[in-house]
Ligand binder design. Structure first.
Ligand code: PHE
Length: 469
């Protein structure tokens, strides 16, 4: 009998672009700067970089290995190797659903700002902050933009891997990179920009708590698209001749570079304008337009291009989230791609609308002390991804065969992975313990404890029913 050939990436660069496209997104440009701003700047950034290097990179290598070894998406991959672990894959699918509960809302904001850039947003620089607040708390406009953004995801993912996702990434990721460099160059040359560079690069450890570490860890997972099976799924489409550790390194460096670049674009300008670093989720949408407003006419054009690029960065990430859910329905439930996409997209439409409305109309409605948007955000970022990463590390370190892993990471001995033993021991011993400590310290010092325990409860329930999933 002929074995059905698994869909493959069209080319090597196509894979890197798609994986980097998944990693680079709102997490780098919207989230990283505002988290850094809220958590004291450089100390947070240093901890973040440490986590990326020691934990993120190793976990990414692990996810690629598990995916390519099994040629299956997250749930199937776990299940094939050990049935008791199916729940870890399902947790990933649930994380994808939850992230898609709020991500398209912000994607919609970015899209809306393309139009706003050319329709007078920049005319009154002093009003830019208020405009943002009024926009996201209104009931119709942001919902419509969110729906348009979600529809784009559905169209791309319905077309399948090489056709849609890969092409979108190839063209628009480089554009974003160039633009960020331009903005950063403008930002650091504004009068008074030095204070922003100090904020980014002179660490102040007096502001660090357990919650800072958890925020940095969660952000590392979120930004690198780890801990929820996304890179397992992408790895499952990867050619047998690719060098996995090298690909993981390239993707991590690109992702981290973009985040730092976003920081350098935003903070010097923020201090130059005399604003507060801890303004929260509106940071990019308020500071970047101000930088452009100060440039005169040409600023309008730059602003529009910036938000187009941000939208695309968001899109290449959100399609990977949708793909995790869709791959599960195709591989495990035997559904058609189209049916899977439309069903998952339909549910995400509902969660997206609720999330958007939680900024205004439904702001009084809370679950375990937080609004709907925050519910999805905090639950995934502060619990699910980190625990998902911990589970993956334990799984790879203790439930997979060491020889088999070495085989996979060296393509059957045809290429070198000199750090194999270091990687293996990190994954087996260091990372599980490190994540457990950070999660524990974070949960004890975070404000939203009921939500944290709720999240842990969900994971426990999934684990108990693992064999039935
Ligand atoms: N890494 C993406 C970003 O930084 C978000 C993401 C998380 C995508 C998890 C896929 C999986 O925006």
């Amino acid at each position: 009998m002929e074995k059905k050939q698994r869909e493959n990436w069209g080319s090597r660069i196509g894979f890197i672009m798609a994986a980097a496209g998944s990693a680079v997104g709102l997490g780098n440009i919207w989230r990283f700067p505002y988290l850094a701003g809220e958590n004291g700047g450089s100390a947070f950034i240093l901890i973040y970089l440490g986590f990326v290097l020691v934990i993120g990179l190793s976990i990414m290598i692990s996810e690629f290995a598990v995916g390519r070894r099994t040629e299956l998406a997250a749930v199937g991959a776990y299940k094939k190797i050990n049935k008791n672990w199916t729940f870890a894959g399902v947790l990933g699918v649930l994380s994808a659903f939850f992230i898609m509960g709020f991500y398209p809302v912000v994607g919609g904001w970015a899209l809306a700002y393309v139009l706003k850039s050319v329709t007078g947003l920049l005319a009154d620089a002093a009003a830019i902050g208020d405009t943002f607040g009024a926009f996201i708390t209104s009931s119709i406009e942001p919902v419509i933009w969110m729906l348009i953004f979600l529809a784009m995801n559905i169209v791309i993912v319905a077309k399948g891997i090489a056709g849609g996702i890969e092409k979108a990434g190839k063209v628009l990721m480089p554009t974003l990179f160039v633009l960020l460099i331009l903005i950063a160059a403008r930002s650091v040359t504004l009068p008074g920009a030095g204070a922003g560079l100090d904020f980014l690069f002179k660490p102040d450890f007096s502001v660090v708590t357990g919650a800072t570490f958890l925020a940095a860890l969660g952000q590392a997972f979120f930004s690198l698209s780890l801990g929820m099976g996304c890179m397992i799924t992408y790895g499952s489409y990867l050619n047998k001749s690719e060098n996995l550790p090298q690909n993981a390194l390239i993707v991590s460096v690109l992702d981290t570079g973009v985040a730092l670049l976003a920081g350098i674009a935003i903070f010097p300008a923020l201090f130059a304008f005399g604003m507060e670093p801890a303004v929260g989720a509106g940071l990019v949408f308020v500071v970047v337009p101000q930088i452009f407003a100060a440039m005169g006419g040409i600023g309008t054009l730059f602003s529009a291009i910036f938000f187009i690029a941000l939208t695309v960065a968001a899109l290449t990430s959100s399609v990977s989230l949708l793909e995790v859910v869709v791959a599960y329905l195709i591989d495990q439930r035997g559904w058609e791609r189209k049916k899977s996409v439309y069903t998952a997209g339909g549910i995400m439409t509902v969660t997206g609308i609720l999330s958007s409305l939680s900024m205004g109309l439904m702001s009084g409605f809370t679950i375990l002390g937080v609004g709907i948007f925050d519910f999805f955000d905090i639950l995934t970022d502060k619990i699910f991804l980190a625990i998902g990463g911990l589970l993956l590390a334990v799984f790879v370190g203790w439930f997979m065969d060491k020889q088999e892993l070495e085989d996979e990471l060296t393509n059957g001995g045809t290429i070198k992975f000199g750090l194999f033993n270091i990687w293996y021991n990190l994954v087996k011993y260091v990372i599980p313990v490190a994540i457990a400590i950070v999660a524990f310290a974070g949960i004890t010092s975070i404000a939203q404890k009921p939500l944290m325990f709720f999240g842990l409860g969900i994971i426990a329930v999934l684990a108990i029913f693992s064999k039935k999933l």
